[in-house]
Design a protein around this ligand. Structure first.
Ligand code: GFB
Length: 313
């Protein structure tokens, strides 16, 4: 990309999309294109056709998706599979038809098999059954990866798929019913502190291990990959890259860390009635690191930054 390339950020208001927009602007890219979902419903094929016809972006960050935590995923599987299949199919196909130079498709590490060896490598894709709580979302995202790879093979497109670990950051979703674990716990622990509640309920056993990346590190990785010389991307990679920090914590340790940052002294309780989900999900990001990218923000630093933002908003 050069500084006046026409760059479309699909999902610019979301967690990754808003971080991408901020980071692109900071790096001097000023020809950015986006649409609110009220102006452009990416699940509607005709609308997406018209948009690409009119605007003809040169680069596309496909960060628009229906996302959510373990409860949302297990409660609304039809919404997760339908919305994500429609959004990605429309944007990927129109990007091909209109000669987009490079598209970056965002997935998630939940696409890997539930029992895959850890840390997760890209080659583990489709080697075993998926985690049931988010299988609908995972199947949609796997379809997106295979669609990018099929278009690259048949049409010579340059579509890259990135699989980030659990992300958190500014503009995150704090709704306790639909959010991911980190913002979900931050909202609950903050409220417990404000209300003087003696305990906070954490879902599950607290034993599962998770890896978390600050959304602006993720955005930096996406911009880095969008700019990598095509010749440097290993042919056998299928243009599929994990993005993660390799820093693992248990849900209990995460809750304790958030209590420390929030300044909450109450007691953590664990609700075995709520699902644990997959017991471990840590990435092996060496394929990305081999190209020269490294993240910057540690978990403690990121939690402090997010809490500061939460208090101000
Ligand atoms: O981020 P999360 O909801 O989803 O994390 P996944 C779920 C883990 O955190 C489970 C525990 O072990 C939960 O028992 N947990 C504890 C909580 N308290 C809470 C809470 O208050 N809220 C939430 N949400 N969890 C997601 C996939 O899996 O990973 C998405 O569902 C996506 O599709 C995302 O791939 C990256 O990490 O299990």
């Amino acid at each position: 990309m050069n500084k006046n390339s026409l760059i479309y950020i699909a999902g610019h208001n979301g967690l990754v999309g808003s971080a991408l927009t901020r980071c692109l602007r900071e790096q001097g890219y000023h020809n950015l294109l986006f649409r609110d979902f009220r102006e452009l419903d990416l699940t509607r094929q005709a609308e997406v056709e018209k948009f690409f016809e009119a605007e003809k972006p040169e680069y596309v960050f496909l960060a628009a998706a229906k996302v959510g935590g373990i409860l949302a995923n297990s409660t609304y599987p039809a919404d997760f599979i339908y919305d994500n299949l429609m959004i990605q199919s429309n944007v990927i196909h129109q990007s091909y038809l209109h000669g987009v130079k490079r598209l970056l498709f965002l997935g998630s590490t939940c696409i890997y098999p539930k029992e895959a060896p850890q840390p997760l490598k890209e080659e583990y894709l489709l080697t075993g059954p998926l985690e049931p709580t988010n299988e609908a979302y995972a199947v949609a995202k796997i379809a997106g990866i295979r669609m990018c790879q099929s278009y690259n093979r048949q049409h010579g497109t340059d579509f890259i798929s990135v699989m980030p670990t659990n992300l958190y950051g500014i503009n995150d979703n704090f709704n306790p019913e639909t959010s991911h674990v980190l913002p979900g716990l931050m909202g609950k622990i903050h409220k417990a502190k404000m209300n003087g509640d003696p305990t906070v309920m954490v879902w599950g056993s607290g034993k599962p291990l998770r890896e978390f990346m600050w959304s602006e590190d993720m955005a930096a990785a996406c911009i880095f990959l969008m700019n990598v010389d095509r010749a440097l991307i290993p042919e056998d990679s299928g243009k599929l890259f994990n993005i993660g920090t390799e820093e693992e914590v248990s849900i209990r340790e995460l809750a304790e860390l958030i209590c420390e940052v929030v300044g909450y002294r109450g007691e953590l309780r664990f609700d075995p009635g709520k699902p644990d989900g997959t017991m471990r999900k840590v990435t092996d990001p060496s394929r990305l690191h081999a190209l020269g990218f490294a993240h910057k923000v540690s978990l403690r630093e990121g939690i402090a930054k997010l809490y500061q933002w939460y208090l101000n908003h």
